[in-house]
Write a protein that binds this ligand. Sequence first.
Ligand code: AMP
Ligand code: MN
Ligand code: MN
Ligand code: MN
Length: 276
Amino acid sequence: MPRYDLHSHSTYSDGLLTPDAVVRRAALRGVDVFALTDHDETAGLAEAREAARDAGITFIAGAELSVSWESHTLHILGLAIDASNEALDAGLASIRSGRDSRARLMAASLAEAGIPGAYEGARKYVTSERLMSRTHFARFLVEAGHARETKDVFKRFLTPGKPGYVKHAWATLTEAVGWIHGAGGVAVIAHPGRYKVSPTGMRRLLGEFRDAGGDGIEVLSPSHTPAQFAEYSTYARLYGLAASCGSDYHGPGEGWLDLGDLPDMPVGVTPIWSRW
Ligand code: AMP
Ligand code: MN
Ligand code: MN
Ligand code: MN
């Protein structure tokens, strides 16, 4: 059984490694089929594809799209996309376009909470002019001594109701699924266990996603507990959605899982790779 890792980030969004380095690390760690899924960005895919060819692993072109749904921010993975698709490219550019002004508002909010200089501080961690994210602020907040590591930052900052959080309008669910399908890809709801929705809200979300043509749910994710692996497998079966898996790798020392460190896909689900 090949080992799949279908969710990861590079320096083209908020990852710490270049696409080439992420792919080489994935190959070394035994990943056979690998997807790079930078936030709202496909610029790293060509480099990753070449590295995958050199390393002898199968490469899946991807992106992780930011979406606003009801009062929530969701992430929708596009997998097996054609990154040269113009509508997708324009859609991603539109999602990225508000990020810099959002970052300035985030810094203003942190300044009000007694943390000055966050915009400039976060900029030092930005590795692509096209994409400034909360992760870059999180790295700055760790550096400035406000949290021990980036995952602790989000408990006290940058999330709804906390200093540094700024509400933002991303793409709609329908737009994101449409752009992904237009580019020949499959659309997967990333880490559903992370969204603060009630069980009724989750059913409404999955129903709307499926009705919009959505293809899969990320069942295996470091954001999920083993109980949630089972829970989202059940949802996948109930809604006729395929199941995906990914480490959501951002770099050494960050996050919960390394590349390829995923358990086996639960039995009884249709794996997303049967859809491409
Ligand atoms: P943005 O797209 O700018 O809103 O930033 C989202 C990114 O912040 C995610 O992709 C993660 O890398 C990071 N992030 C958000 N919430 C958390 C969390 N609870 N723990 C760790 N990282 C998080
Ligand atoms: Mn990220
Ligand atoms: Mn995500
Ligand atoms: Mn991600």
